[in-house]
Write a protein that binds this ligand. Sequence first.
Ligand SMILES: [Zn+2]
Ligand SMILES: [Zn+2]
Length: 366
Amino acid sequence: MSDTIRAVVQTGPRQLEMREFPRPVIGPDDGGLLRVEACGICGSDVEQYKGSMGGQWLPMVPGHEPLGIIEEVSDSAAARWGVRPGDRVAVEILIPCRSCDLCLAGRYMSCRHRIGSHGGSNPPERGLGPWGGFSEYIHLHPNAILHKVRGDIPAEVAVMFNPLGAGVRWAVHLGGVGLGDTVLILGAGQRGLAAVLAARTAGAGTIIVTGLGRDAGKLALAREFGADHTIDVEAEDTVARVLDITGGTGADIVLELTPMASQPVLDAIHAVRWGGRVVLAGLKGGRAVELPTDLLINKSLTVMGAFSVDSRAYAEAIRLIEAGRFPLARMHTHTFGLEDVARAIETLAGEVPGEDAVHVAIVPGT
Ligand SMILES: [Zn+2]
Ligand SMILES: [Zn+2]
């Protein structure tokens, strides 16, 4: 490789530029260098790109769903991660301290001494470096969390460890989907579709997925992935339809995955059965949603928030991808090179006329 690394730097809302960084020298206490094969794009990349996540971390190298090959690794990091050059790994976004009480309890996502992230926010004192996935190479921090992934799976599919990890965590770990359960998934994006796969694998009895009129293609994919019913929320009343399907009982588990809209949160509360569970994972841009709390009490509901994905869910998702059980390639719609990150994000955001994107990946060198 050359002694410089090309990476995409975000400097402001909708402002991306290609920059060159010197190739980092990996010392004995450092982590390593990852050659990026692919980096997935999700809804938070869209919000980050538009500037709705705030600009206090700019400039930065975005891209928080990277998959790549270990190019170089220090001996200490190699021992910690159990990897050597040539291994393929998935990288988690967070860089925790790995030693505070929260980290030791497995709650590293709320680490007290978080060092930063690979592709998300970093404290100003870290400066600017090639830590995100929209780059030819990532300089891996020694505390980074990596997962080995088999090398023979196409990169665009292997990189779906991220949405599939969300499906596993939200539907199964948090939602507790089990044999015969009726699961309602509000939202048919890549995470909604991944939740269909996870819920089906966990033994769900009936799966219902909602989407907008323009999501017809995604809803068709949801049925292909195992959904029994799909609802176009612009043409039908979600709650009435779910009550009709369940004989008036409601769904055992509801996953609310829609961005920005508040009505689906209320639909979730009304469509879930007495004693059921509601998992909230659709961010609303900081806006408050008015909730009928009497209904939560009277229906004896469990409502939980799903922050991100954890190591257990990533590991399980990767095992499922390696087992080749899912037609995940059907979900991948677009691949772009590093030069086209802006267009890639706009494509996922639905801003490019005529493009119906589900899963979009950046593959450097395409
Ligand atoms: Zn993401
Ligand atoms: Zn910690």
